[in-house]
Write a protein that binds this ligand. Structure first.
Ligand SMILES: [Zn+2]
Length: 372
């Protein structure tokens, strides 16, 4: 059982939910709000930040931590999923080749090429603590041939990403593959190289998932991520989520990309996943959908509370009487209802703080349950 992840910005206790700060900010709140909600790490997006303001500007500002006022661990998504998801609504000029992903962003005339080397360059410029290798995520419903190609690209790009990181850090300081000596050598936190995670693709083809995991394990990484679409039509997890966990050793950190519903986070944690990121709780908050714990000893059992509903206009109770967040300890449902009705951004802020606190409490509850 892994209890924490050692990063250049401190140890991250597990499990951990990383809210998506896609453009360097968790929407509607600032770093202090996020921290006070008990969140310990963030996920930023390489593709979006490379487009705006540009990773060189973030680097000049002292890296993403100083730029965004966040001193805890930061993970950076490779951007591969975002490039590919642009194809979901029809052909948008994204082409995949052995070199990488060629794409055109909304409103821009110039085509850009995201290669494995450039992907790592961007993430190193951001100064993230946990980097993801560029992977090839085929669109939903892709056929077996597409998944075959995706696995080949994903493994080849992962190897190139690893080489790209080693080029930028002295080989002796890079901690993978982890030898006994490297594992026990304690560099000061700030001198540690970032962690590099590879993504396991293969769709719902068990053979391809196994091959992808095996080839990536052979290359050696600090951790792995579940690649592809984790959510089934019924809202639960696809079988491949559990298969990927079974294919990897128990002591290897495993990230559930895009796994966000509380019951899915709990299920994935029980399968052996350690970290999660998703836009769900913060997007829900901005839409007035709040998570209501149904007991003081929080589990993934919860209800939704739609704060804009008329019946809350005279409700003098807190959003959630079991919650100790800044919103619940100071404001009433009637006040939050009012803020949402008048379209006041402070409403989205308080709702986001509350939903993030719900996830932080869920992580604590899962950790304490696994320790008993
Ligand atoms: Zn609350």
């Amino acid at each position: 059982m892994i209890e924490s992840l050692s990063t250049p910005h401190g140890d991250l206790s597990l499990p951990a939910f990383l809210p998506d700060a896609t453009r360097g900010v968790v929407r509607s709140v600032d770093a202090n709000d996020v921290r006070s909600a008990g969140i310990r790490a963030l996920m930023v997006n390489t593709l979006h930040l490379s487009s705006q303001p540009g990773t060189s500007i973030v680097k000049e500002a002292g890296g993403i931590h100083r730029f965004a006022g966040w001193d805890g661990p930061v993970a950076s998504d490779s951007g591969g999923f975002q490039v590919l998801s642009m194809t979901a609504g029809g052909p948008r000029g994204v082409t995949v080749s052995r070199k990488g992903l060629s794409y055109k962003l909304e409103g821009q005339s110039k085509k850009r090429l995201l290669t494995p080397d450039r992907c790592i360059q961007y993430q190193v410029q951001l100064g993230a603590d946990l980097l993801f290798c560029l992977d090839h995520c085929p669109p939903a419903g892709a056929d077996q041939a597409a998944h075959r190609e995706s696995v080949d690209h994903t493994v080849s790009w992962a190897r190139q990403c690893k080489e790209a990181l080693e080029k930028r850090y002295p080989i002796s300081d890079v901690r993978y593959p982890k030898s006994e000596e490297q594992q026990h050598r304690q560099l000061p936190a700030a001198d540690r190289p970032p962690l590099l995670f590879a993504v396991v693709q293969g769709g719902d083809d068990q053979g391809l998932r196994a091959e992808c995991a095996e080839r990536l394990l052979e290359l050696g990484f600090d951790g792995f991520g579940f690649g592809g679409w984790p959510i089934a039509d019924d809202g639960g997890l696809v079988d491949a989520v559990g298969q990927v966990s079974d294919l990897l050793p128990d002591d290897v950190p495993l990230h559930g990309l895009g796994i966000g519903k509380p019951e899915n986070v709990q299920a994935a944690w029980e399968m052996g996943y350690h970290t999660f990121d998703c836009t769900l709780p913060t997007r829900d908050a901005r839409q007035g959908r709040l998570y209501l714990s149904t007991s003081r000893s929080l589990t993934s059992e919860y209800e939704y509370l739609y704060i804009e509903k008329e019946r809350f206009n005279r409700d003098q109770g807190p959003v959630d009487e079991n919650c100790d967040c800044a919103a619940c300890s100071r404001y009433t449902r009637a006040y939050l209802h009012h803020l949402f009705c008048i379209g006041e951004p402070a409403g989205a802020r308080l709702a986001t703080i509350h939903n993030l606190r719900f996830y932080a409490r869920l992580m604590d509850a899962l950790a304490s349950r696994s320790g008993t």
